[in-house]
Design a protein around this ligand. Structure first.
Ligand code: KIV
Ligand code: ZN
Length: 501
């Protein structure tokens, strides 16, 4: 793409973005977002719809008084009262609109074409007479008869409009339709063209990009693609596609995009899905061995842009697809040195965790690796005996005998089942030595039949935040559980007393 004219970024997070169902921003929150958008370098910032409430006027006034570089815009219907509210809010730029499509004329406004033109023209004239820069939107323009859309545009151009905006109010455009429409408008009008595209079919960014390719001079966008229903064209997606794919730098400080997205997510309560382009948690996350191998050699192998370009960060995620290179890199990050045997055991454990459907966090990795290091040392607690009794109408009881630092001790406890009873007995026996909590308990039958081998995997932790894993395989489920827990506790005790620097 070769752009001759400047492309203006018109951000409407504080107006259309705030129309996201369930979102309402306080004056202070609007101020925080406005400051960040200004620092990013957006050309225009639609701060709200002043006629809609006193709070909107107040926030617009406060933002006006901040002395930002971005041009501040207020929305107004094509009504004198709405235009007065924009003036009242100390704004110099108005975005005025009226529905032009048959649906809006017949069912919403109940006005004839002539009445629509009269309202549009008189409001543009009124705003111009009051010294405002005027952008006019033909609401639902993409479902408006082409000849009527052009008629309205011609009339407002004659009235002195500064920008003509084409809203795809319900997001029905596709890139090909956009190409045809915007090329036609560009061929017929010399006034700068703006586009305001909604995302009902997930095409808002693609359509906006196409409009720019066809000569549109301005794009309405929102942070995180917020906005009515499924939102508007996303600021970060548009700006980064232009920058990373076309090499077009709009002069925005894109390294601020991620923190802006996070702030808007926090203040609006609309969290981004992990796979949201540019700002989602997974935008620069890699798990598969093949990809991580490539990334570690040269990040461009599996990244279209660097995370630093948008202020995000790269994440190597561990799981069932992890390869040895990824694991080595992670262990290096945590300064954990394992010999080959230990490395293989940790690798197998990570894969087993991934296979069991668990997402392996960095904390899990550290716990597994550190416990592997710890397990090379002596075991302070040894199971010396186990007795179980259960039946109908009585509480299951377990008697556990442990050797703790060379001294044998025995306790009995009841529980909701034999495993619970045995774990309660262990907890009673150890409560002077460790305040252990069972964080995770996984039981799997690894062979079939009544004599199936049971494999138990546990994670335990103590109140100082130490965590360790334990594993055991036995034909007796209770035995497998106790041995896995003791395995984990032994490691936990060693971690507690260790110095692994
Ligand atoms: O989507 C829309 O049509 C709008 C108008 C106010 C321009 O947001
Ligand atoms: Zn809109």
């Amino acid at each position: 793409m070769n752009l001759e004219d400047k492309i203006y970024i018109f951000d409407t997070t504080l107006r259309d973005g705030e129309q996201t169902p369930g979102v309402a921003l306080t004056v202070d929150e609007k101020i925080q977002i406005a400051q960040k958008l200004n620092n990013l370098g957006v050309d225009k910032l639609e701060v709200g719809f002043p006629a809609s409430s006193k709070g909107e006027i107040e926030s617009a006034r406060k933002i006006s008084s901040m002395g930002l570089d971005s041009t501040l815009v207020g929305l107004a219907r094509s009504l004198p009262g709405d235009i007065d509210a924009v003036l009242d809010a100390d704004l110099d730029y108005i975005h005025t609109f009226i529905g032009t499509s048959p649906l809006h004329r017949d069912y919403k406004l109940k006005m004839s074409k002539e009445q629509i033109i009269e309202k549009a023209v008189s409001s543009v004239e009124y705003a111009k007479d009051h010294g405002l820069t005027v952008e006019f939107s033909a609401e639902d323009g993409t479902r408006t008869e082409r000849d009527f859309l052009f008629e309205v545009f011609n009339e407002v151009v004659d009235a002195g409009v500064d920008f003509l905006d084409v809203p795809d109010t319900v997001g029905v455009l596709t890139p090909i339709l956009t190409h045809e429409l915007i090329s036609d408008i560009k061929a017929n009008f010399t006034v700068p063209i703006s586009v305001h595209f909604h995302n009902d079919f997930g095409l808002a960014t693609a359509n906006t990009l196409t409009a720019i390719e066809c000569g549109a001079n301005q794009a309405h966008v929102t942070v995180n693609g917020l906005g009515e229903r499924t939102g508007n064209c996303s600021l970060e997606e548009l700006v980064m596609t232009l920058k990373a794919s076309y090499g077009i730098d709009l002069g925005l400080d894109t390294t601020r995009l991620y923190s802006l997205s996070t702030l808007v997510g926090r203040l609006t309560g609309v969290k981004m899905p992990v796979n949201k382009p540019i700002v989602g948690d997974n935008a620069f996350a890699h798990e598969s061995g093949i990809h991580v191998h490539g990334i570690l050699n040269n990040a461009s192998t599996y990244e279209p842009m660097s995370p630093e370009m948008v202020g995000h960060s790269r994440r190597i995620v561990l799981g069932k697809h992890t390869g040895a290179n990824a694991l080595k890199a992670k262990l290096k990050d945590y300064h954990i040195d394992l010999d080959e045997k230990q490395f293989c055991k940790v690798f197998d454990e990570i894969k087993a965790l991934g296979d069991s459907g668990k997402c392996v966090t960095d904390d899990d990795l550290v716990a597994i690796a550190v416990t592997e290091l710890a397990s090379a040392r002596e075991t302070p607690i040894v199971l010396k005996g186990l007795g179980l009794s259960s039946g109908n109408g009585v509480s299951p009881t377990a008697t556990v005998r442990l050797e703790i630092d060379g001294v044998e001790k025995e306790k009995a406890a009841i529980g909701v089942g034999p495993i619970d009873a045995a774990l309660n007995a262990i907890q009673d026996l150890l409560h002077d030595d460790i305040d252990m909590e069972l964080e995770e308990y996984n039981l799997e039958a690894i062979t079939g039949g009544t004599d199936a081998l049971a494999e138990v995997f546990v994670i335990t932790s103590d109140s100082q935040g130490n965590r360790s894993t334990g594993r055991s395989t036995n034909q007796d489920v209770v035995m497998a559980s106790i041995l896995a827990v003791l395995d984990s506790i032994n490691k936990l005790l060693l971690i507690k007393n260790r110095n692994f620097e």
